[in-house]
Design a protein around this ligand. Structure first.
Ligand code: DLZ
Length: 162
């Protein structure tokens, strides 16, 4: 089955003046680790200085909006990348959390006036999540890379100092 992609970046991305916070959940740790590492490495490639990459964690994806809000309130942060991995189980838990976290993260960027990047994988299986974290050689890619590029682009275009 074809999986659509994000297309080319529409400008040269320069993160050298940016301070980016990553807030990630700790559930599904192996997948989270791969996404976060991919994201951090790409931020550095785009010029974001190591000391300007702030990493904070929350227990699960349900806590992402609160954790993201707590770091976004810091005036020096240009963008927040919220990362979680939700895997569907046999109850309605997945549906309620996916929807409410998505809504809260969307609202947060307007309340804070700065980009909040949606790094929440909402997968039906662990295998789907691993594919999207670049953990299956030769198949798909690490979405953490996309989220890094998205954060730098959005903060450069619409962030507080621009
Ligand atoms: C409880 C729970 C379950 C069942 N599954 C996940 C998951 O797949 N991914 C995730 O990030 N968090 C999960 N959680 C934890 C909730 O997000 C939350 O941390 C708890 O319900 C406490 O509020």
């Amino acid at each position: 089955m074809a999986v659509s992609g994000r297309g080319q970046n529409d400008q040269n991305l320069d993160g050298s003046k940016l301070k980016i916070a990553i807030v990630h959940a700790r559930w599904n740790e192996e997948v989270i680790d791969s996404l976060v590492i991919g994201c951090i490495n790409r931020l550095k490639e785009l010029g974001v200085k190591e000391e300007n990459i702030i990493v904070d964690t929350v227990p699960g994806s349900f806590e992402l909006p609160m954790g993201s809000a707590a770091v976004a309130v810091n005036a020096s942060i240009d963008a927040v990348i919220s990362i979680g991995v939700l895997i569907k189980g046999s109850t309605m838990h997945f549906e309620y959390i996916s929807q409410s976290v998505t809504n809260q993260l969307m609202d947060l960027q307007f309340k804070m006036g700065k980009p909040v990047i949606f790094g929440l994988l909402t997968c039906l299986t662990l295998e789907q999540a691993k594919l999207r974290a670049g953990m299956v050689p030769g198949a798909m890619h690490n979405h953490g890379v996309d989220w890094a590029e998205c954060a730098v682009e959005m903060a450069s275009k619409y962030g507080q100092d621009f």
